[in-house]
Design a protein around this ligand. Structure first.
Ligand code: HEC
Length: 122
């Protein structure tokens, strides 16, 4: 019992360890998603088969996928049935990416402001 208590308090401490800025980014990202993305990619992130791709990824999300998400948001796919550019601020881009990459079954490293700027300048 004592061990259980120690273990569970460690677990709770770990959970609350997620920095406040990360939680805020994900919470704000959800609002951005609801406003700008949900109509195509759906509430469960699974999109519409054959039309809008699923954003739920079985494997860990790579930096290449993050780069692609940023490019799609800023420039769109560049073909008629593809994704159109979405006019978002840099903060909104970062927050929505942190949301989609850490929701449903997805897990990814948190995208920082510096990383987003670096990717955009490439
Ligand atoms: C009008 C419908 C539409 C909206 C709105 C939309 N998307 Fe997309 N999205 C698409 C389509 C279509 C593709 C496939 C594009 C391609 O293959 O070039 C796509 C692809 C993607 C991909 C790549 C998925 C993969 O694995 O190939 C990501 C990430 C993504 N969208 C994120 C977003 C985010 C974030 C938003 C909101 C800011 C958003 N989309 C809004 C239609 C949409």
């Amino acid at each position: 019992m004592k061990h259980f208590l120690i273990l569970s308090s460690c677990f709770l401490a770990l959970l609350s360890c997620q920095p406040k800025s990360e939680k805020e980014s994900i919470t704000h990202g959800e609002e951005v998603y609801i406003t700008h993305c949900i109509s195509c990619h759906q509430v469960d992130g699974k999109g519409v088969e054959g039309i809008y791709p699923s954003l739920v990824k079985p494997d860990d999300i790579t930096m290449d996928q993050t780069r692609r998400a940023i490019t799609l948001i800023k420039q769109g796919s560049g073909f008629e049935t593809g994704m159109k550019p979405v006019a978002l601020t840099n903060k909104e881009i970062r927050d929505v990416i942190n949301y989609i990459q850490n929701t449903w079954e997805n897990e990814a490293a948190f995208l920082t402001k510096a990383e987003l700027e670096q990717i955009q300048n490439q």
